[in-house]
Design a protein around this ligand. Structure first.
Ligand code: NAI
Length: 471
């Protein structure tokens, strides 16, 4: 087929929560923009990450709640999991959202094409499509190619028997594995491990560090660790998976335990979730002089790389590798390209772990605050003292509000408890607006709701909590 050439003001490579949002915003700003994607629109998040995992996590919660319904007077017999139906429903959820992405791009005037992009100069990209190559001339190029799971030696994904899977594979199981080994007790390992434990798997998590969810306030992570034990998940810390072989239809995995001794575990599936690495290879970046550091493409606050006209956003541009960070950077980059005075200027980025109970966090911890020279004060409020949480029959966890003792400025809010994912929005707004603990305390919170725990914790930081003893 004859080579085609097109010209745009902005080309976005990748259609995840970074790339597609950049495309929409560029369209809104009347820039002639094109988003290209080698796979399906929506990226990891919509297709095989955030969204499908939340669908399955939600279903596993329902199942678990029904099984324990007798505790609150709901009796049901013979509850089972129909994995085929569950997976097809999950597929519908994903389809609804990914088809929405194309629609949104179109209605905002941004073009979309499927193909593999490679930079051939600082403003030309070769796009290999199903039936040929085209050349795209772009005044600006936005790199939004995301990240992929890290493999560990000896545990290659896929392969015979499909024993070793990444998060994508683990979200596509057609049957609940009898025994599941999770290597890596981070975000993904804990979320997916918990989901299958609730659906009936016997789950073991091996984590190389001394505790699960490293990087999370240990007081919060401990609540999750206790619950994991309660639902029958075995957590081995200070342990690593060394090698594996197939044995009688199972994977026999050799583990190196904390004391240095070895153990062999026979399982049906092994989920390797030891982190993700940015997709910076194969794009022609080195050839056109884009700087790459440990796989990431460094940028300034305007998302500019070292090469004029080339920008990077999302996982590729660095930590935290979170969809909502990517989307925010996407809006910034579109505005920069449109000539606005925009920049990535945020006080804090919220993070959520969809564990049981959920963890959410925004801003800094008391220890970090002290290191930064603040006199930190902490107000805590447990869900066991909150009407709504008691009525929900879900009282594990607490809210912790960290403030500057002198100014009362809110520095961080950390939540462990089911519902944490929703109530963190208020906390992020408070920090972004430079709120004082007094502002949260004086804001009337509807009763009976979970966000009242944030209000009470803010009051507690001032020594004025109503529903617990002040210290
Ligand atoms: P992670 O960095 O959260 O956790 C990886 C864990 O594996 C760490 O605890 C690490 O100590 C451990 N580890 C590393 N090598 C090991 C080995 N050989 N044996 C045993 N343990 C080992 O990475 P994860 O869970 O793969 O997630 C990747 C990223 O995806 C996260 O950092 C997060 O940014 C993003 N994500 C976000 C979610 C959310 O926002 N709710 C959900 C899932 C992922």
């Amino acid at each position: 087929m004859a080579e085609e050439a097109i010209r745009v003001e902005a080309l976005v490579i990748g259609a995840g929560p970074g790339g597609y949002v950049a495309g929409i915003r560029l369209g809104q700003l009347k820039k002639r923009a094109l988003v290209v994607e080698r796979d399906k629109p929506g990226g990891i998040c919509l297709n095989v990450g955030c969204i499908p995992s939340k669908a399955l996590i939600n279903a596993s919660k329902y199942y678990d709640k029904f099984r324990h319904g007798a505790d609150i007077g709901i009796l049901a017999d013979n509850i089972r999991v129909d994995m085929a139906k569950l997976q097809s429903w999950k597929g519908e959820v994903v389809h609804k959202l990914t088809s929405g992405v194309r629609q949104l791009l179109k209605s905002n005037g941004c073009d979309y094409r499927t193909g593999v992009a490679r930079l051939t100069s600082r403003n030309t990209v070769e796009l290999t499509e199903k039936d040929g190559k085209i050349t795209i001339q772009a005044d600006n190029i936005v790199l939004a190619t995301g990240s992929r799971p890290i493999e560990i030696p000896g545990f290659n994904f896929g392969g015979a028997g499909d024993f070793i899977v990444d998060s994508t594979g683990a979200l596509e199981f057609t049957a609940v594995p009898e025994r599941l080994l999770v290597v890596g007790g981070g975000y993904i390992g804990i979320e997916i491990g918990t989901l299958y434990a609730k659906l009936g798997s016997k789950v073991t998590v091996v984590e190389a560090l001394p505790a699960i969810l490293p990087g999370t306030d240990p007081e919060l992570a401990q609540v999750v660790a206790r619950k994991l034990k309660k639902i029958g998940v075995e957590v081995m810390t200070g342990a690593k998976a060394r090698s594996w072989t197939e044995k009688g239809g199972k994977a026999a995995v050799t583990l190196e335990l904390a004391g240095g001794q070895e153990a062999i575990l026979e399982v049906d599936k092994v989920l390797v979730s030891v982190g993700r690495r940015p997709n910076s290879e194969g794009l022609g970046l080195e050839e056109v002089g884009v700087k790459i550091e440990r796989g990431f493409v460094p940028t300034d606050k305007r998302m500019r790389t070292n090469v004029p006209g080339i920008y990077a956003i999302g996982d590729l541009a660095g930590q935290p590798m979170l969809a909502h960070k990517a989307s925010h950077e996407a809006e910034v980059v579109a505005e920069i390209i449109a000539g606005h005075k925009s920049e990535m200027d945020v006080r804090a980025i919220p993070a959520v772990i969809f564990s049981d109970p959920e963890i959410s966090s925004v801003g800094i911890t008391a220890e970090e605050a002290e290191k930064k020279g603040h006199k930190a004060r902490v107000g805590k409020f447990p869900f066991v003292a909150l009407g709504r949480a008691i009525a929900n029959a879900d009282t594990d966890g607490f809210v912790k509000v960290v403030i500057d003792a002198d100014s009362h400025e809110v520095l961080g809010i950390h939540v462990v408890g089911n519902g944490a994912s929703d109530i963190i929005a208020e906390a992020a707004l408070a920090i972004e607006m430079g709120a004082l603990a007094d502002d949260i305390s004086l804001t009337i919170h509807a009763h009976p709701t979970l966000p009242e725990a944030i209000m009470e914790a803010a009051k507690a930081s001032l020594g004025e909590a109503i529903h617990i003893q002040n210290r």
